[in-house]
Design a protein around this ligand. Structure first.
Ligand SMILES: [Zn+2]
Length: 130
Protein backbone atom coordinates (compact mmCIF):
# COMPACT_ATOMS: atom_id res chain seq x y z
CA UNK A 1 0.00 0.00 0.00
CA UNK A 2 1.66 3.17 -1.14
CA UNK A 3 0.95 6.14 1.01
CA UNK A 4 0.40 9.43 -0.70
CA UNK A 5 0.92 12.77 0.92
CA UNK A 6 -2.08 15.04 1.07
CA UNK A 7 -2.17 18.71 1.89
CA UNK A 8 -4.15 20.59 4.49
CA UNK A 9 -4.71 24.33 4.29
CA UNK A 10 -3.94 26.71 7.12
CA UNK A 11 -7.59 27.47 7.70
CA UNK A 12 -8.46 23.77 7.87
CA UNK A 13 -5.67 23.24 10.37
CA UNK A 14 -6.63 26.26 12.44
CA UNK A 15 -10.17 24.94 12.66
CA UNK A 16 -8.87 21.61 13.95
CA UNK A 17 -6.01 22.69 16.22
CA UNK A 18 -5.76 22.01 19.08
CA UNK A 19 -7.14 18.56 18.59
CA UNK A 20 -6.16 15.61 20.79
CA UNK A 21 -5.51 13.39 17.78
CA UNK A 22 -3.42 15.78 15.72
CA UNK A 23 0.31 16.46 15.98
CA UNK A 24 2.01 19.25 14.05
CA UNK A 25 5.60 18.51 13.09
CA UNK A 26 7.82 21.47 12.27
CA UNK A 27 10.81 20.29 10.20
CA UNK A 28 12.41 23.70 9.68
CA UNK A 29 16.00 23.95 10.78
CA UNK A 30 17.24 27.08 12.58
CA UNK A 31 14.36 29.27 11.44
CA UNK A 32 12.16 27.98 14.22
CA UNK A 33 14.25 29.71 16.86
CA UNK A 34 13.88 33.19 15.37
CA UNK A 35 10.65 33.09 13.35
CA UNK A 36 8.30 31.61 15.95
CA UNK A 37 6.17 28.54 15.41
CA UNK A 38 2.66 27.15 15.36
CA UNK A 39 1.51 26.65 18.93
CA UNK A 40 1.86 23.10 20.15
CA UNK A 41 4.02 21.96 17.23
CA UNK A 42 6.87 19.52 17.71
CA UNK A 43 10.27 20.35 16.28
CA UNK A 44 12.11 17.72 14.24
CA UNK A 45 14.64 19.56 12.09
CA UNK A 46 14.93 18.19 8.56
CA UNK A 47 18.72 17.83 8.70
CA UNK A 48 18.52 15.25 11.50
CA UNK A 49 15.01 14.01 10.78
CA UNK A 50 15.93 10.53 9.58
CA UNK A 51 17.90 9.77 12.75
CA UNK A 52 15.04 10.80 14.99
CA UNK A 53 12.05 9.10 13.40
CA UNK A 54 11.78 6.56 16.20
CA UNK A 55 11.69 9.39 18.78
CA UNK A 56 9.01 11.07 16.75
CA UNK A 57 6.91 7.93 16.76
CA UNK A 58 7.14 7.88 20.56
CA UNK A 59 6.23 11.56 20.70
CA UNK A 60 3.07 11.16 18.67
CA UNK A 61 1.69 8.11 20.45
CA UNK A 62 -2.07 8.32 20.54
CA UNK A 63 -2.30 10.71 17.58
CA UNK A 64 -3.82 9.57 14.33
CA UNK A 65 -3.02 12.58 12.16
CA UNK A 66 0.37 14.18 11.63
CA UNK A 67 0.74 17.52 9.88
CA UNK A 68 4.24 18.28 8.59
CA UNK A 69 5.45 21.69 7.58
CA UNK A 70 8.63 23.64 6.91
CA UNK A 71 8.91 27.30 5.88
CA UNK A 72 7.10 26.91 2.55
CA UNK A 73 6.20 23.21 2.64
CA UNK A 74 7.73 22.75 -0.78
CA UNK A 75 10.81 20.65 -0.11
CA UNK A 76 11.62 19.75 3.48
CA UNK A 77 8.04 19.31 4.71
CA UNK A 78 6.89 16.90 1.97
CA UNK A 79 10.26 15.09 1.99
CA UNK A 80 10.10 14.40 5.72
CA UNK A 81 6.43 13.45 5.51
CA UNK A 82 7.24 10.93 2.80
CA UNK A 83 10.23 9.60 4.71
CA UNK A 84 8.01 9.13 7.71
CA UNK A 85 5.34 7.36 5.66
CA UNK A 86 7.95 5.02 4.21
CA UNK A 87 9.38 4.32 7.63
CA UNK A 88 5.94 3.38 8.97
CA UNK A 89 5.40 1.12 6.02
CA UNK A 90 8.70 -0.69 6.58
CA UNK A 91 8.01 -1.00 10.28
CA UNK A 92 4.97 -3.14 9.52
CA UNK A 93 3.57 -2.29 12.90
CA UNK A 94 0.37 -0.36 13.33
CA UNK A 95 1.14 2.66 15.46
CA UNK A 96 -2.31 4.11 14.85
CA UNK A 97 -1.32 6.88 12.45
CA UNK A 98 -3.92 7.14 9.73
CA UNK A 99 -3.21 10.46 8.05
CA UNK A 100 0.06 12.08 7.10
CA UNK A 101 -0.53 15.59 5.84
CA UNK A 102 1.54 18.56 4.77
CA UNK A 103 0.53 22.11 5.65
CA UNK A 104 0.01 24.00 2.41
CA UNK A 105 2.32 27.07 2.07
CA UNK A 106 4.13 26.11 5.25
CA UNK A 107 4.86 28.31 8.22
CA UNK A 108 5.46 31.40 6.07
CA UNK A 109 2.03 31.06 4.51
CA UNK A 110 0.52 30.51 7.93
CA UNK A 111 2.11 33.66 9.30
CA UNK A 112 1.38 35.72 6.17
CA UNK A 113 -2.31 34.90 6.56
CA UNK A 114 -2.25 36.41 10.04
CA UNK A 115 -2.66 33.13 11.87
CA UNK A 116 -1.41 32.88 15.45
CA UNK A 117 2.33 32.46 15.92
CA UNK A 118 3.76 31.23 19.20
CA UNK A 119 7.13 32.62 20.25
CA UNK A 120 7.73 30.65 23.39
CA UNK A 121 11.06 28.93 23.98
CA UNK A 122 9.59 25.83 25.61
CA UNK A 123 10.71 22.47 24.28
CA UNK A 124 8.30 20.98 23.54
CA UNK A 125 5.93 23.90 23.03
CA UNK A 126 2.97 23.56 25.35
CA UNK A 127 0.99 26.33 23.72
CA UNK A 128 -2.26 26.07 21.87
CA UNK A 129 -3.60 28.04 18.97
CA UNK A 130 -5.84 30.83 20.12
ZN1 LIG B 1 5.33 27.72 21.58
Amino acid sequence: MAKTISYITGSQLLALNPHPNIAIIDVRDDERSYDGHIAGSLHYASDTFSNKISNLIQDVKGKDTLVFHCALSQVRGPTCALRFANYLEEMKEDVGIKNILVLERGFNGWEASGRPVCRCTDVPCKGQCA
